[in-house]
Design a protein around this ligand. Structure first.
Ligand code: FES
Length: 143
C-alpha cells in the first residue's frame, strides 16, 4: 500500500469507526439511559390517592411525579401493601413502565409489583423507598 492509499484507508477507517460508535450507542434503547436520580429530593413526598383512584385496588401500579421528582416513581398496591419503587432499570438505567407488571422497554426486563426481578437481563431488584399511608395520603420517604 503506497502512502496515499494508506492515508485514504486510515481516514476512511476512522470515519467508519466514528459512524460505528454512534450506531452502537444508539442500539437497544430509545430512552435516555441516564435519567436523573432523586438526589434533588430531600425528605418526603406526598401522594394524594384521590389523584390515583386506581391505586385503591390491589395489584395495580402507577407512575408518579416525574416532573417533580426528576424521574418517575412507581407506586404499586399489592396484598402486602403499598410499595414505592425507583423506575430506574437496574440493567442499564432505562425507565421502567408501570402496568400489571413493571416492564423495561429497552431490553425486556420485567419486575414484579414489589420490585423483584422476574425476567432479565436485569439481575437486581428495583430500589424501594419506605412508604406509609395516612387516610388518602401516601408518604414516600427519600431519606
Ligand atoms: S435497561 Fe436493559 S432491560 Fe432495562
Amino acid at each position: 500500500m503506497n502512502k496515499q492509499n494508506r492515508r485514504h484507508f486510515l481516514v476512511t477507517a476512522s470515519r467508519l469507526g466514528v459512524v460505528g460508535l454512534f450506531t452502537l450507542t444508539g442500539i437497544g434503547c430509545s430512552e435516555d439511559p441516564v435519567s436523573p436520580d432523586y438526589s434533588g429530593v430531600s425528605g418526603t413526598f406526598d401522594i394524594d390517592l384521590a389523584d390515583y383512584p386506581a391505586l385503591e385496588q390491589e395489584d395495580t401500579s402507577a407512575s408518579i411525579g416525574g416532573s417533580q421528582l426528576g424521574r418517575p416513581l412507581i407506586v404499586t398496591h399489592t396484598s402486602s401493601g403499598f410499595h414505592a419503587l425507583d423506575s430506574f432499570c437496574t440493567h442499564q438505567g432505562c425507565t421502567v413502565h408501570a402496568g400489571a407488571t413493571l416492564d423495561c422497554p429497552c431490553h425486556g426486563s420485567h419486575f414484579s409489583l414489589t420490585g423483584d426481578v422476574t425476567h432479565g437481563p436485569a439481575t437486581k431488584d428495583l430500589r424501594s423507598f419506605p412508604i406509609t399511608r395516612d387516610g388518602d395520603i401516601l408518604t414516600v420517604n427519600f431519606e
